[in-house]
Write a new protein. Structure first.
Length: 109
């Protein structure tokens, strides 16, 4: 375990987490010798995200919602008749044709 300290881009707070990796793996990642998931395959994805961005698992859940692994695929979701909008519990997404991907629906309030 190696303690790594990063600053969150969301809150500006500094956090230190213990990462189950080696110094060699950290050095290879810092030198850009490959994808982090290939360099550190045994490190959980939320800790790899912290290494890349400084975003803690708790901040990720708070600001960005659950990881895809946390979604319940057995849950029935009603899709609206407008095929460009998906209503997922807690999130409303619409397809941005200019960007080519789904984004949070803009508020018209």
């Amino acid at each position: 375990m190696i303690k790594v300290t990063k600053t969150s881009p969301f809150t500006g707070n500094t956090h230190t987490l213990e990462i189950p990796c080696t110094v060699e793996q950290l050095e290879r990642f810092a030198r850009g010798e490959g994808l982090i998931q290939n360099i550190m395959p045994d490190v959980p994805s939320e800790l790899r995200e912290f290494l890349m961005t400084g975003i803690t698992p708790e901040e990720w859940d708070k600001f960005l919602g659950p990881d895809i692994e946390d979604l319940d695929y057995d849950q029935e979701v009603q899709l609206p008749s407008d095929s460009n909008v998906f209503d997922i519990p807690g999130k409303l997404l619409e397809f941005d044709e200019d960007k080519g991907y789904f984004v949070p629906e803009s508020s018209n309030e």
